[in-house]
Write a protein of this length. Structure first.
Length: 599
């Protein structure tokens, strides 16, 4: 037999290739236009061929020890369970193996594992895609039993010329497959070589990005991702052990922070957009309670990067890394504030995407969560308004558990983290509330209807977001409260110079247009009537800050200033409302491009 054809005629090659193809087919997501990775058959062929060659290079036996058979047994013992588990995750959690799944597995106790197996492993599994994958090892066992029973021996002689031609042809095929598949392997190697989880996320946001089309790749990626966050977690936890607060004036006893998502300032009625998609916030502005800030940018156009800046006292330009700085919510707790965090995005779940995993790991770690928050919600919702129900339920629970403490809080910090206008815009607004359709954009009739529909969905999401914000403000408007709204970043929505595009351009150079669409964001500060009466100085500072240059990496310092927290981490030059605020601080986008110098 031609030497280069030998690996193909092994049982290992046949069944591993069959296993990979079956897995690729049955784990295609049930979404419109979803399909199997187009290069899967060819890349899988190359991967399994290389594996088979390596196995054949191993001696059959060493001193009567069946080395090759043992190693093949190990390969089967790893691969078959891995593929079955990966498919099981796809069936039960709508996702193949992810870093979050691995993290949750590490936190699972024996009792929880037993309950999980009892709940999920049943006869229905055998009738699902999992049963299809399980047929491959079953077929392998049957073939192996038949082979051992009858021990067929084939002796086919190939003429030398035919063997040479077959080897040359196979060599050509292998070279072609290598050139065909090398890009995905290089992209995978680049992602796996990243030094931080943020870099991993960024590499996956840039196109072309690697296709982790097989369970071994996904498992290795998940292990690597957890190793990277473990390093940063160790540094953050070490930082939390030394957080101290000198004193606190409790200047603002009720601080509410609303963190939005993907808000394009050009689509904000509050800043002059033609569609009346923010009537409640416009009304609050006219009443004099809401002050929009005109010149605000975010340091990144990736949620996870932004959150690492927002939630710590780190600012762009500081020494060391973000994970070496205290989490500002812990500082508030150390100062005596009761801290509530209500998120509709960063809760660990099996199908969590890597960007949510990257953005939320330091919020969800059990040690860090206890250090930062007194109260948290436990469920994600389809629509943001349901966070108000979570807030109500937590307030009732707090009153029941600590009635005296609840009535005599020194101060409260409440954070609402909304899904806002996160892609897919279509599902960010209930159908019953949708106000605009593609025909409501007469000035854009030159655009295809499909794009105008996307734009309408975005404006409907902004409209719904306004109603959610209005409900939050109503909840606090009779209190002595100050409310800050800031989205994580902007978003392209068929804007000038990118009439073909919506979303974000992570692989582009930052020019003026991209900076204005994706980094320039709306932001406002709302003071209740009672707050204005009691804090005239703060209200004046808010009004005077209207046109000041600002970057949201310094938000924690403004919040500490509002609370009157005195500690080593507070820097008045970063505090927008402080007389010492340094408006000339460079606003570096992605730590490298000065927004105010872009032409």
């Amino acid at each position: 037999m031609p030497i280069l054809l030998k690996p193909i005629f092994t049982r290992l090659f046949f069944f591993m290739y069959l296993l990979g193809i079956v897995s690729s087919i049955v784990t295609v997501p049930p979404y419109k236009n979803a399909h199997m990775y187009v290069n899967a058959p060819w890349e899988l062929f190359l991967d399994v061929y290389v594996l088979s060659v390596l196995i054949l290079l191993i001696p059959k036996a060493i001193k009567r020890f069946p080395l090759r058979a043992v190693i093949k047994g190990v390969v089967y013992g790893i691969m078959y369970p891995l593929y079955i588990i990966d498919t099981f995750c796809f069936v039960k959690f709508n996702s193949t193996i992810t870093p979050t799944m691995l993290m949750l597995l590490g936190e699972t106790t024996s009792n929880e594992a037993s309950e999980f197996l009892t709940s999920y492993v049943n006869t229905d599994i055998l009738l699902s895609e999992v049963g299809v994958v399980m047929l491959v090892p079953l077929l392998h066992l049957i073939c192996y039993a038949i082979w051992k029973r009858f021990k067929p021996k084939w002796h086919v002689r190939f003429p030398i010329a035919l063997r040479v031609c077959a080897d040359v042809a196979m060599c050509g095929i292998i070279i072609w497959l290598c050139t065909f598949c090398i890009e995905n392997k290089q992209l995978y190697a680049k992602t796996m070589s990243c030094e931080t989880i943020g870099d991993v996320e960024h590499s996956l946001a840039i196109k072309p990005r690697t296709e982790m089309y097989q369970p071994p790749m996904r498992l290795a990626f998940s292990i690597r991702s957890n190793q990277l966050i473990a390093k940063q977690l160790d540094r953050i936890i070490a930082t939390t052990e030394h957080v101290t607060v000198d004193s606190c004036d409790y200047k603002s006893t009720n601080i509410i922070l609303i963190i939005g998502e993907s808000f394009n300032k050009r689509h904000a009625q509050l800043y002059g957009y033609g569609k009346k998609n923010m009537p409640n916030q416009v009304r609050m502005k006219k009443q004099g309670f809401l002050t929009p800030l005109d010149d605000v940018v975010t340091p990144w156009n990736l949620t996870s990067y932004v959150f690492k800046h927002l939630m710590t006292t780190y600012c762009v330009g500081d020494s060391m890394d973000w994970c070496d700085y205290p989490l500002f919510c812990q500082i508030f707790r150390e100062a005596g504030y009761d801290v509530t965090f209500l998120t509709n995005q960063f809760l660990p779940q099996a199908k969590e995407a890597v960007w949510d995993f990257s953005g939320g790991f330091f919020l969800n770690d059990s040690i860090l969560s206890r250090a930062q928050f007194d109260h948290r919600n436990t469920k994600l919702h389809l629509f943001d308004a349901d966070l108000l129900n979570d807030h109500r339920d937590l307030a009732i629970k707090r009153e029941a558990e600590k009635p005296e403490a609840a009535r005599h809080d020194k101060g409260r910090l409440t954070i609402f983290h909304l899904m806002g206008m996160h892609v897919d815009y279509r599902i960010r607004c209930p159908n019953a509330m949708k106000k605009w359709g593609p025909d409501d954009y007469p000035d854009d009739m030159d655009m295809p209807k499909k794009r105008r529909k996307v734009m309408a969905n975005y404006d409907n999401a902004v409209w719904y977001n306004d109603s959610v914000i209005n409900q939050i403000v109503k909840r606090f408007k009779n209190d002595d409260a100050i409310i800050i709204y800031v989205p994580d970043h902007g978003e392209e929505v068929f804007g000038p110079g990118a009439r073909h595009f919506f979303g974000r351009m992570h692989d582009s150079n930052i020019d003026k247009r991209l900076a204005d669409e994706e980094f320039r964001i709306p932001m406002w500060i709302y003071c209740t009537q009672k707050y204005i009466r009691r804090h005239r100085d703060v209200y004046r500072a808010v009004r005077m800050a209207k046109e000041k240059r600002y970057m949201t990496d310094a938000l924690s310092h403004m919040l500490m200033g509002l609370a009157g927290i005195h500690c080593p981490y507070y820097k008045p030059e970063y505090d927008l409302l402080s007389p010492q605020y340094n408006e000339k601080r460079p606003r570096l986008l992605k730590h490298k491009v000065d927004y105010d110098k872009i032409k």
